[in-house]
Design a protein around this ligand. Sequence first.
Ligand SMILES: NC(=O)c1ccc[n+]([C@@H]2O[C@H](COP(=O)([O-])OP(=O)(O)OC[C@H]3O[C@@H](n4cnc5c(N)ncnc54)[C@H](O)[C@@H]3O)[C@@H](O)[C@H]2O)c1
Length: 352
Amino acid sequence: MKTIQEYTVIKKSETLILEASSWEEIIVSVRKNYVKVLWVIDKKVRPLISLDSLDKIIEIDGGEQCKTLCGFEQLVRLLADMELDRTGHIVAVGGGSISDLVGYVASVYLRGISFSIVPSTFLSLIDASMGGKNGINYATKKNQLGTLHQPSSIYYLPGLIAHLPIDEMADGFAESIKYGLILDQRLFEKLEARSLEKIIGNKEDLNDIINSCIIHKSNIVKEDPFEYDRRLILNYGHTIGHAVESIYGLSHGKSVGLGMYFAAKLSEIFYGLDLNLAEKIRQILPAYNLPIRLEVFSAQAIFQKIVSDKKRENEDIHFVMLEKIGRARIEKISLTCLKEYLNTAEREKWMC
Ligand SMILES: NC(=O)c1ccc[n+]([C@@H]2O[C@H](COP(=O)([O-])OP(=O)(O)OC[C@H]3O[C@@H](n4cnc5c(N)ncnc54)[C@H](O)[C@@H]3O)[C@@H](O)[C@H]2O)c1
């Protein structure tokens, strides 16, 4: 075949991550850049901020229930009623569910308008707000519809996170343990030496951890925005984690914690290591209110869920392994091999 033309599209999309000292400072910053703005606010966050000077707002229930076609349509209708054009802007104030929904709406409305995020959960601050992934759920599948669309700004307002229930904090900490395991031994050791309660009670430690996590996630996203290779390591613990989450209804962070433990056991076998990796994870999880056991563990059910997972590639699956604390590698393993490991885990009661 004859090539007529080959071209590359370079899309300039910069994200600024800013720490705000007050809610008013965020409003001023948004107003400086945009005239017409829709503020989409999680109802549970609403009492923590003042809406007085905001022109157009909508309050919605945060959590998975907002990531639906109905939630999507509600926002699109509002934008159309406002006659928001391509110079308009949307601000998501809430956790990962709100920013996933808003990011998706912003990416498709008028073929894409800009948006910003004010994360109100620890998880969204150190993970979900960065990287441009968005999405809504469809039928029984999570994030079945989605795009990659980078936010213009992410505003960290410490006061919002301070009101988060401890269980929600614990969920986010599963991701910070993950960053330590895959990228940063110092971070892991810092977390290992402390506990959820101790870190929450120490502003300096909390800020240090937040900063490390933000730097790790944003660096990886910068290196591989479209998740072709390097970014895949962020899925450490997520292959099993997602299956556990959907089968047993455990929260995302708790499921990922168990997934990280399984992946460490697998890494030890796969690389023939004797580094006590899995044992270290078994010890750190309870210190962050994350479980190390399930009441039931069905290798068959988890395997079936993974087979129907979108990351499947023919008969192989990308699986993130640990070579040591602070270094991860992506390996392709066959589904047959994974099935054997899951059967071993059930037989030897790794997780129950
Ligand atoms: N796009 C990504 O890269 C990415 C990454 C990780 C997770 N996610 C998505 O993020 C979602 C989970 O997000 P999440 O864990 O941030 O929480 P969430 O948005 O699901 O909210 C969880 C609960 O906390 C409440 N809440 C939010 N902020 C609060 C506050 N400051 N004080 C008290 N309550 C508050 C919400 O109303 C909700 O009831 C999932 O849908 C997941 O798929 C996306």
